[in-house]
Design a protein around this ligand. Sequence first.
Ligand SMILES: [Zn+2]
Ligand SMILES: [Zn+2]
Length: 261
Amino acid sequence: MKIRVLGCSGAIAAGYKTTAFLLDADVLIDAGTGVGDLPLDALASIDHILLSHSHLDHVLGIPLLADAVLRLRAAAGRPPIQVHALPETLAALRQHIFNGVIWPDFTALPSREAPVLSLHPFHIGDRLDLGGRIIEVLSAAHTVPAVGFAVDAGPASGHAHWVFTGDTGPNPALWRRLANLRLSHLVIETAFSDDEAEVAHVSQHLCPADLGHELTQLAGSVDVRITHIKPGEVEAVMQGVQALNSPHRISALQAGQEMAL
Ligand SMILES: [Zn+2]
Ligand SMILES: [Zn+2]
């Protein structure tokens, strides 16, 4: 198994794409602007999309992806792309995106019987089985219902997990769960610098000081990758992170990076 970072920024600019990870060739974890860097045949190979929450920087690739691959998948007789998320997230997609105003309802196109998208609710604690790959839905603490994910790399790895926190403020429940999982990587957000701690708290994101407190709840020495930094803030955030004096190996996640599980 491998995970490729298609996008890991908190906003856009040349060279900066928002959150999207590709697990192997067929599972997308969040659908930010990074999705648009995949060639058409790679887009058409995506069979599952897992969403951490409803915010635009994580979902805007879905309506455009559906439109891009509809004909190719219909011609090849492929099943609908399964979109997996919390019930609240799926309801938000229906109400605010696939409503016939912002975008057509691609859960009923090209036909209601054989649409290009289908929506599948999950709940925190569920373990999804996507073609033998087990992915656990983790809790997150954000301004809208939100989750993170733990991808089980399987028995050959001793069940090491690639963990993505999603967008989240401080979240003690996450650390209680991770205490019982083996981690290969922790991809954790730090959206704001310490100068913007106030904004981070209101918007339920982390700043480096919060990150430091969160990581004290994670035992051992883990490969920690920082994600969701805004373009132009990378230096300020990473300075704060490097000053934490943490036992973990912390670096900034980069678009294009591949992590082998
Ligand atoms: Zn968010
Ligand atoms: Zn976000």
